[in-house]
Design a protein around this ligand. Structure first.
Ligand SMILES: [Zn+2]
Length: 424
């Protein structure tokens, strides 16, 4: 069993779908919160479940440096390590290598780079990036690519695109030969027992065990039955390809077609949001999507604001991720149905209203703007927690509303970008 994808409804170019992974169903279009170091900063896993997060992201580069892939593998993989029973996607590490390392050296073989932590030297190749992601054991992993810098001339962009295509082939070859090494393949239930009854029954465990076995698995995960864990023969991760081609629509088309020829169960659009104007991002996304297989999930990496995720979903993007809601929250920037606000402003000091009267999240139901402003002004840890919970909730609600509108076939009902325009 690997990841499967079904489209349930269309509305214009937009699609509502269901991706079924070993760790549960992901309804698309979906916004995926970023949990760089196996943690969504400030928010515990039980709250993420309550918010309805169905899939989150881990960063291979960061996890490779700390705590190390072998460590995570020995602890049963990322799901068990971070006690997250739902789906996970890991990136290939390529983007961080390119964005955090001025001193990297790229060859045909791979990339030599220095750790941003201690300056030590490391090497990623398509093979080692696949090995790392198999060890982490996310449901969806990404091919190793070169994120082309911006601006770049046509010759340089083509060269970089060709390198990414060769690396995609090597990524796929290594993955096919080694996918059975994923940590869920053995002893999946044992550690669940050790974690105790607060950890929900693993969705994949239920799906795979089924029937009487399923009941046994449930009891087992509640610590009531202790029997040897089953092995999941044939269970595998899904490896997605990445389209590059810079800001050149013709190269994007070629990259999309040739990446599709290699054959992946899903495709990402990479190399965007690298400093280009937003109108160009949109143009390139449109130019790329039309050349990708219609029946496979499409993932736009690293976007965006609430209005952007709505716009991209309407173009037919199924998956998106961005650090914006979580990072902005830690800086006191909150997205609301009436626009973006900075909670640090003095005008909120006496404001006893909720952060967003139209938001039903646990923060808006309980706390006043005055209190949130006070927490932020005093640099209380709770400010980061509550702000992040609200912003994530706002993003997830926005995506749910988009999905609902697609299901109804009503594009006019897409949440308006207006709502997220900054207040004067
Ligand atoms: Zn809220």
């Amino acid at each position: 069993m690997s990841t499967s994808f079904e489209i349930e409804a269309h509305c214009g170019a937009a699609r509502a779908g269901r991706m079924t992974t070993l760790h549960g169903v992901v309804e698309t279009p979906v916004f995926m919160p970023v949990g760089t170091l196996a943690s969504i900063k400030g928010v515990s896993q039980d709250i993420l479940e309550e918010l309805g997060v169905q899939i989150l992201l881990g960063n291979t580069y960061h996890l490779y440096l700390r705590p190390g892939v072998e460590q995570v593998r020995q602890l049963g993989g990322l799901h068990r390590f971070m006690a997250w029973p739902r789906a996970i996607l890991t990136d290939s590490g390529g983007f961080q290598v390119f964005s955090l390392n001025e001193l990297r050296r790229v060859t045909e073989e791979g990339v030599t780079f220095r750790s941003h932590l201690d300056g030590s030297s490391h090497f990623f190749s398509p093979e080692s990036a696949m090995q790392a992601q198999i060890g982490l054991g996310a449901d969806i992993m990404m091919a190793f690519d070169e994120c082309t810098e911006h601006p770049a001339d046509r010759e340089r962009t083509r060269q970089s695109m060709e390198l990414t295509l060769r690396w995609a082939q090597r990524s796929r070859r290594y993955f096919e030969q080694h996918k059975h090494e994923v940590p869920w393949a053995t002893d999946y239930v044992g550690t669940t027992n050790q974690l105790g009854p607060d950890v929900p029954v693993w969705a994949g465990e239920r799906a795979l065990a089924g029937g009487v076995e399923g009941k046994t698995a449930e009891l087992r995960s509640a610590g009531q039955v202790r029997t040897p864990a089953p092995t999941y023969s044939g269970a595998a991760q899904a490896l997605f390809g990445i389209v590059q081609g810079g800001m050149d629509p013709a190269l994007r088309k070629e990259s999309a077609e040739r990446t599709s020829e290699i054959g992946f169960p899903g495709y990402a659009v990479g190399g965007l949001s690298v400093g280009e104007p937003r109108s160009l991002t949109r143009e390139i996304v449109e130019a790329t999507l039309q050349h990708l297989p219609v029946d496979k999930p499409r993932y736009l990496m690293g976007v965006g604001t609430p209005e952007e995720i709505v716009a991209y979903a309407s173009l037919g993007v199924d998956m998106m991720d961005c650090v914006l809601p979580t990072r902005a929250a830690r800086h006191g920037l909150l997205f609301t149905s009436e626009g973006k606000i900075s909670i640090k402003q003095a005008r909120f000091a006496g404001d006893h209203g909720p952060l967003d009267a139209n938001c039903g999240c646990r923060v808006c139901r309980r706390y006043s703007r005055a209190y949130l402003r006070h927490l932020y002004a005093c640099n209380e840890v709770l400010a980061q927690v509550l702000n992040t919970v609200h912003n994530l909730s706002f993003y997830l609600d926005t995506m749910r509303a988009v999905r609902h509108s697609i299901a109804l076939g009503n594009k006019a009902q897409f949440p308006s970008g207006e709502q997220t325009r900054a207040k004067p």
